[in-house]
Design a protein around this ligand. Structure first.
Ligand SMILES: Nc1ncnc2c1ncn2[C@@H]1O[C@H](COP(=O)(O)OP(=O)(O)OP(=O)(O)O)[C@@H](O)[C@H]1O
Ligand SMILES: [Mg+2]
Length: 267
């Protein structure tokens, strides 16, 4: 049985349809990478998977529970098995890195302080931050902050990890390090990982399967090889990074050219 099962999921904001009847199964222990243009609804889909918002129609089932229709108590129980690191790392700047990671443990478990301390150390060590627990987030580099956010997301040993653009804004080397962290977590803890990313090298490094979102639907869901060898023009455009020559873009280009010509004339 898939650990996450999405059926006919429809999401609208103010009457504007963002997700148009999505279907997706995510298997236990697999890493699913969500690709798609900015604004295509990737973060919206993640919010549905963790039960932060209700859809207009359809269902999202996590570990056999329909989180659209379950009780608040059931939703809370399911949510505890999902670790989340969102687009902005969102650590508490007034707390040390250690305390940031300890927070979910203090809130959701009754573990003794000395045990919590040990768990925090293990989580920080797993992301290469064992020596930095006493620092505050503003004292860390961007990449370290992301890793700290990953450590916090794994604090409660979630079965499912959800990352929204973990490597956005990082230099390629640091981003690659974060990929390795994700691979290690997956191997060590057999986690199911869902990652939204714009970084293609990262997607192809960490994914078992890739789902491509376009205009509210999945253009393709498949293994890396299936996606890589796809001949679908939209997928090729995304993978080959071709600029979008839509009406809109042509309009702006034409205006820019006219403007530049008039600048030359007036000089
Ligand atoms: N809370 C909201 N209220 C209204 N519209 C929203 C809301 N959240 C998202 N949207 C709209 O839904 C669409 C999809 O947004 P979403 O954030 O899911 O895109 P995305 O694929 O994550 O983009 P990016 O790659 O830039 O993060 C956008 O057009 C956005 O304006
Ligand atoms: Mg987003």
């Amino acid at each position: 049985m898939p650990i996450i099962s999405i059926r006919d999921l429809v999401v609208e904001y103010g009457g504007r349809r963002i997700l148009n009847g999505l279907n997706l199964d995510i298997e236990h222990g697999e890493t699913m990478v969500l690709l798609g243009a900015s604004g295509s609804g990737k973060s919206t889909l993640l919010r549905q998977i963790i039960g932060l918002e209700r859809p207009l129609a359809g269902s999202v089932s996590v570990k056999g529970t329909d989180i659209v229709r379950c009780s608040p108590a059931e939703l809370k129980r399911v949510r505890r098995s999902i670790g989340v690191a969102f687009q902005s790392a969102a650590l508490f700047n007034s707390l040390t890195v250690e305390d940031n990671v300890a927070l979910p443990l203090r809130e959701h478990t009754s573990l003794a302080p000395s045990i919590i301390e040990m768990v925090v150390w293990i989580k920080l060590a797993a992301v290469g931050l064992a020596d930095f627990g006493k620092l505050y987030p503003p004292e860390l580099s961007g990449g370290m902050r992301k890793r700290a956010a990953v450590a916090r997301a794994t604090a409660l040993d979630p079965e499912i990890l959800v990352f929204d653009e973990p490597s956005a804004g990082l230099d390629p080397i640091v981003a690659a390090e974060l990929d390795e962290v994700i691979l290690v977590l997956k191997r060590a803890f057999q986690m199911t990982v869902i990652v939204v990313t714009h970084e293609l090298p990262s997607a192809f490094r960490i994914a078992d399967r890739i789902a491509m979102l376009y205009q509210g639907s999945f253009l393709a869901v498949g293994t890396k090889d299936e996606i890589r060898s796809s001949q679908h023009p939209r997928i090729r455009q995304f993978l080959d990074r071709a600029p979008d020559k839509s009406e809109h873009v042509r309009f702006i280009q034409a205006h820019m050219e006219k403007y530049l010509r008039s600048e030359e004339v007036s000089r």
